[in-house]
Every structure is written in structure tokens, then in C-alpha cells.
Design a protein. Structure first.
Length: 649
């Protein structure tokens, strides 16, 4: 480090030239034209080949101002905010480097490929404001493609086929990586590519599916041959960044996607904070009409003796929580104190912020359904989070493999292809993964479902409004959950048709004529549980009521813990990914004995003009097959175990 430079001059390591430079001229010129519409006429704009070579030399497309100056260090241009500098002094180093490139020429480009799906669709109708500052640091999660996806799909079907010799022969994380993960050579090639392009590798993952990096905007733009532009968000009061084109990478790299190239859609929790006592009627929970603690077991597991003993639930979160809130909830509800373990991801310090309600709610729901849990593990990344941190958490959940039942009540966009691979690993390991279906009512092709919501390796959970007898006594009925107001506006049980995944084998053979579902694409949700009038303690002692499918998903994770405890004790098996068993039961003659079939209501119009989906007899796109019906549902989840030595009924 040069001792003569002031402290704010953070010099970065030299960056090697991008192998994808053959694409740069066209893309940078196009981006420059788009920016020209919003650039004041008095400010110069780089044009033509000078723009391309200037970027290759390390000069940002962003017009330099009198408050920005450059310095050179190890053949690298560093732009840092500092005192006023004459314009000629600002431009001189870059112009010298640029003309050197013009004279000497560029090295022969390597053959490249484009990774589709990284430009948010919303930017097609927006004009960029400017470039993202070149010295900003961003976190990316680079996803690698699994080498044998067809073989993986085939083996996954075998694991959940009761007639196959591999039935419920789950893999360990090491076995999954050895059999289906990227090779060590491919993983090394990706980390070498990152290092060669100035991307600092901060974490590698045992399954070799992800490589985490931190890098400046300038290095990211050079490495992936794109520009990161700023836009005014059309639906939120904030500026977001996004690439102008999909990233390009060398053809030989087995890359699948790159999470973190935009922050257009930040992770959102699937809850609606309600006003206590609001609404024309109450539905008879024991906390002044709201549901708390053992109310959920009396509704959905009244004849289940198991409490989750020996089981662990894992939760994915983008905020922290106050432990005292959980202890106060347990005391208020008469629940035991279940041990909590926090796993901090991506440098998070665990301090609770504005969305701690979601974290507290998830913990409370899992414990309420399974009060005998050995532990709840809370995997936390710092808010506001994003697809990169989301996949990091999922990777930790899969590679650690310490919880047989997992739940997430947040949604985000981006990195879905890598997400899908990690969820496949979970299913092969016998982990049950539950996802809230969201609170935006009906989904449609215009917006599509976020990552996780429609994945074929997740059990997606919708929401209901539950009615019980007085003081949380007995189950009476359920209808589709919708609400006209809340902190996030109108909400309701999310559901719809995937635009990403074909219909899975376990979802075929269902009459979709009445429910408006699809016979060719994945339909969501799969099941449901209560999502309305739920008592909560959060924000360091604040008491309130909440609703949303984020209540239902961790309740289902808790119920899976009951099923796993029973199945292990009686048959030495775990239920694994539950959708095969759920749909088998749904299509059977015993369906109405196994589940509460929700047949009234609809999920209304969500972010789209239509259509909405009605609740009907059997499967529907509001509540799936419905909610648990005690031991009958436990047996349905393990019924597929064949009658052979070492197996159950």
C-alpha cells in the first residue's frame, strides 16, 4: 500500500482482461445510447470504439465529474471520490491507456456463451438513470451446472418409488456430491476464472454448486461483459440496479446462473400484520380470538401423541430476532422452552431489524406444532438479502443436513436454476422442504412465481382462515384465506400455474377442469394450513396479530417433525420429500379421511387482472389438497412404505 495515499484510497488488485471482449463494443454502445436520453447535454458521453477500449482499460462509462479523480496503481485505473481535480487530470490516465489499447490491439477473444434470464423483465419499459458506481462492492453467488441432470432426475424418481430397489435409500451430502455434483476440476476452473477477473472468492461450498465472490462493479462488468445500470423502481420508492444484458462467460465454464447482479426484487416476508380484533367476526382462538400455541395441535393434530422429540426444524431468514420474544411467547402459550441455534450467513451479526416479526413468527409456529423439538436452527443472512444470500442459506441447509424438515416464508427472484439444484439435493437426502405460497393471491404469467414458489422439489403451502369451537377447542372448518387490508395491502393465499416447470409426475392424473389448473405445467400450492388471526410477540416485546402463508409453512414443517418421529420409531424410516405421498393420498379413496378438504372461497385477483382460482373438492390452486387431519395424515405421509422386512405398512 502506498503510504502517501490518504486512507480513503482503497487500491484494488489488478484485473486481467475479460475473455469476452468481442461482445463489448455493441453492448456498451447500446447502453450508452440509452443513457444519453437522460444525460445532460453539457456532460460528455463516451462514444464508439473509444468507449469500448476505455472500459477495457478500467475506465467507467459514468461521466467523470469535478469531484472525482483517478490514480493508477499496478496498471489499474482507480476512481475514488476526493477533492476537486482538473478535468484534464481526470481524463489523461484513461486516455493514455485507451489509445494504448487502440494501437496494440486486443488479444484474440475466447468463445463465449450467454446465461439467459438475468435481466429483470420490468426494465424493458424503463429508462436507466445512470450507471452503478464502478467502485461499489457487490456480493455474487455463482451457480455451477450439475453434469448429469437427467441421471439425477431418474434417481430421484427411484428414491420415491415404493416399487424400486432404491426406495428411500437417501444419499448423504458427500454421496450426492460424489455422484451428481460438479467435478473438482470444474469447480477449480470457476474459482480460477473468478480470481483471474478480480472477483474475490469468499466462500466455497462442499456440494460444489456455488462459489461466493465479492467484487467491484467495474470488475463484474468486465468479467461478464455487461453494464450495471440504475433504474427508478416503478412500484417502490427506491432505486435499483440491474444488468443491461445477460452475462457472458467462457464456453468451457459449466456455469448455470449468477445471483446478485440485480436488486430489483428484494426478499419479502409472506406475512400481513393485522389489527388485533379487526374484522366482523373472530374465529375462536384461545388468545382473545387469535390462535396461539396448542390451538394449532388441537386443530390439526388432536390425536397425535408425538411432539417432535429428537427432531430439528431449520428456518431460512433474512433478519434476526429477540430471544426474549420467543421465551415470552412460550410462557404465554404454556409451551416448553425449545433450544434455538442461530447460524449466521454472509457476515450477518444477527441483530434484529425491521422484519424481525417474520423470524419470531416462524419460530413460534414450528414450536407450537412440535413443542418437543430437540432444536430449531435459524439460518440468517443480513437484510435486505437477495437471491445470492438465499442460495447461500439453502446450500448450508443442504450440506449441513442437520434438520429433516425445513421451512422458508420469504420470496425473492433470481438464481432459480441453482435453487432448483439445491432443492434436488435436499430431496435426495430425505429432507422435507416447505415453502409459503405467498400472500399476493393468484399468480399469473405476466409476473410469474418467484424462486421457490413453483419449484418441483418444494412442498408449497397455501393459507386458510380457520374456525374452531370456543377458546381454541375443536376444528370446525376452513375457507381460503383472503384479507382486504394489512400493512402490505390486500392479501390472500398465493396460487397459480408455473411458467418455469412442467407438471411433475406426482401431480399428473388430476382433473383440472373445475380448479382452472394446468395439465402440462406445475400447479401451486400443494397443501395449506391456517394463515389468519395469529397471536405474535415481536420487536422486543410488541404484541400483535399476524396472518399469511408464512404462518402455514413452518406449521407444516412442525407437523413433518411429528410424522418423522412416528415413522422412525415404528419403521426406521423418514418421510423425505412429502409430495409423492401427499398426492398419492389425495388421489386415493381415503383422501377425505387423510386431509381437511377446503372447498369454499377463492384467492381473488392478485398482481394480475385474472384469472383467480376457486376452491373446489379435491385439489385446487388456493389450498392444494388442504390441511392435516391428525394421525390420518401422519399415516398418509408414511403409507408408501411397502410391507417388507424392515418397513412398515
Amino acid at each position: 500500500m502506498n503510504p502517501n495515499l490518504p486512507p480513503e484510497f482503497h487500491l484494488l488488485p489488478p484485473c486481467k482482461s475479460s475473455p469476452n471482449r468481442k461482445y463489448r463494443k455493441r453492448r456498451l454502445v447500446n447502453a450508452n445510447r440509452r443513457l444519453a436520453k437522460s444525460t445532460p447535454a453539457a456532460e460528455p458521453v463516451f462514444k464508439g470504439r473509444f468507449l469500448s477500449t476505455a472500459m477495457s482499460a478500467g475506465i467507467s462509462m459514468k461521466t467523470l465529474t469535478p469531484h472525482t479523480h483517478t490514480r493508477t496503481h499496478t496498471n489499474r485505473i482507480i476512481r475514488i471520490q476526493g477533492p476537486n481535480t482538473p478535468v484534464s487530470a481526470q481524463w489523461l490516465p484513461g486516455m493514455v491507456a485507451a489509445f494504448a489499447f487502440l494501437i496494440l490491439g486486443n488479444p484474440p477473444p475466447l468463445e463465449g456463451k450467454t446465461l439467459a434470464g438475468h435481466v429483470p423483465r420490468i426494465t424493458a419499459n424503463l429508462q436507466p438513470i445512470s450507471h452503478l458506481e464502478a467502485t461499489n462492492l457487490l456480493k455474487l453467488a455463482i451457480g455451477l451446472r450439475l453434469p448429469d441432470p437427467a441421471g439425477l432426475d431418474s434417481f430421484l424418481e427411484q428414491i420415491y418409488d415404493p416399487t424400486n430397489a432404491n426406495f428411500r435409500h437417501y444419499l448423504t451430502p458427500a454421496q450426492f456430491t460424489e455422484r451428481f455434483g460438479p467435478t473438482e476440476q470444474d469447480y477449480q476452473a470457476v474459482t480460477s476464472f473468478a480470481n483471474a477477473n478480480g472477483l474475490l472468492v469468499t466462500e466455497t461450498h462442499p456440494n460444489r454448486i456455488l462459489v461466493d465472490v465479492w467484487a467491484t462493479v467495474a470488475d463484474i462488468e468486465r468479467a461478464f461483459d455487461l453494464n450495471l445500470l440504475l433504474y427508478q423502481h416503478p412500484m417502490e420508492a427506491r432505486i435499483f440496479y440491474a444488468p443491461d444484458v445477460d452475462p457472458s462467460v467462457p464456453l468451457t465454464l459449466p456455469l448455470l446462473d449468477i445471483s446478485g447482479l440485480d436488486n430489483c426484487e428484494l426478499p419479502h416476508p409472506c406475512h400481513v400484520l393485522e389489527q388485533p380484533g379487526a374484522g366482523p367476526c373472530r374465529h375462536n382462538g384461545s388468545a382473545g380470538g387469535a390462535y396461539i400455541g396448542y390451538d394449532f395441535r388441537r386443530a390439526y393434530a388432536p390425536d397425535v401423541a408425538q411432539t417432535g422429540t429428537g427432531e430439528t426444524v431449520g428456518l431460512l431468514e433474512f433478519d434476526g430476532f429477540w430471544p426474549a420474544d420467543i421465551a415470552n411467547y412460550e410462557a404465554t402459550a404454556g409451551l416448553p422452552n425449545v433450544p434455538l441455534e442461530t447460524v449466521l450467513i454472509d457476515g450477518f451479526n444477527g441483530a434484529p431489524a425491521g422484519l424481525n416479526l417474520e423470524v419470531a413468527q416462524d419460530i413460534d409456529m414450528a414450536i407450537s406444532m412440535a413443542p418437543g423439538l430437540s432444536k430449531v436452527i435459524i439460518y440468517e443472512a443480513p437484510p435486505p438479502g437477495g437471491a445470492a444470500s438465499g442460495n447461500d442459506i439453502l446450500s448450508h441447509m443442504a450440506n449441513e443436513n442437520r434438520a429433516r424438515q425445513l421451512s422458508v416464508s420469504w420470496y425473492w427472484y433470481g438464481g432459480a436454476a441453482t435453487t432448483h439444484q439445491i432443492l434436488q439435493q435436499m430431496a435426495m437426502q430425505g429432507q422435507s422442504f416447505f415453502v409459503a405460497s405467498g400472500d399476493s393471491r393468484a399468480w399469473c404469467a405476466d409476473y410469474g412465481a418467484p424462486a421457490l414458489f413453483d419449484d418441483t422439489n418444494a412442498c408449497v403451502v397455501g393459507g386458510t382462515t380457520l374456525t374452531m369451537t370456543t377458546n381454541g377447542g375443536l376444528y370446525v372448518s376452513e375457507t381460503v384465506w383472503v384479507t382486504g387490508s394489512g400493512e402490505n395491502g390486500p392479501g390472500g393465499s398465493g396460487g397459480g400455474i408455473s411458467t418455469n416447470y412442467s407438471i411433475p409426475t406426482w401431480q399428473t392424473g388430476i382433473d383440472m377442469s373445475a380448479n382452472h389448473g394446468s395439465t402440462t405445467m406445475r400447479n401451486i400450492p400443494d397443501v395449506a394450513m391456517v394463515a389468519d388471526e395469529i397471536y405474535i410477540i415481536f420487536n422486543n416485546g410488541q404484541i400483535g396479530e399476524t396472518g399469511g402463508t408464512s404462518c402455514a409453512a413452518p406449521l407444516w414443517a412442525g407437523f413433518a417433525a411429528l410424522a418423522n418421529q412416528y415413522s422412525l420409531a415404528n419403521y426406521g424410516e423418514i418421510i423425505g420429500f412429502p409430495n409423492y405421498a401427499i398426492y398419492s393420498a389425495g388421489k386415493s379413496r381415503s383422501y377425505t379421511l387423510d386431509f381437511h378438504d377446503v372447498t369454499t372461497g377463492n384467492n381473488g385477483y392478485g398482481r394480475c387482472a385474472g384469472p383467480f382460482f376457486p376452491a373446489v373438492r379435491g385439489y385446487d390452486l388456493c389450498t392444494g389438497w388442504g390441511s392435516p387431519q391428525g394421525m390420518a395424515t401422519v399415516h398418509a405421509l408414511i403409507r408408501a412404505i411397502p410391507t417388507t422386512p424392515g418397513h412398515g405398512p
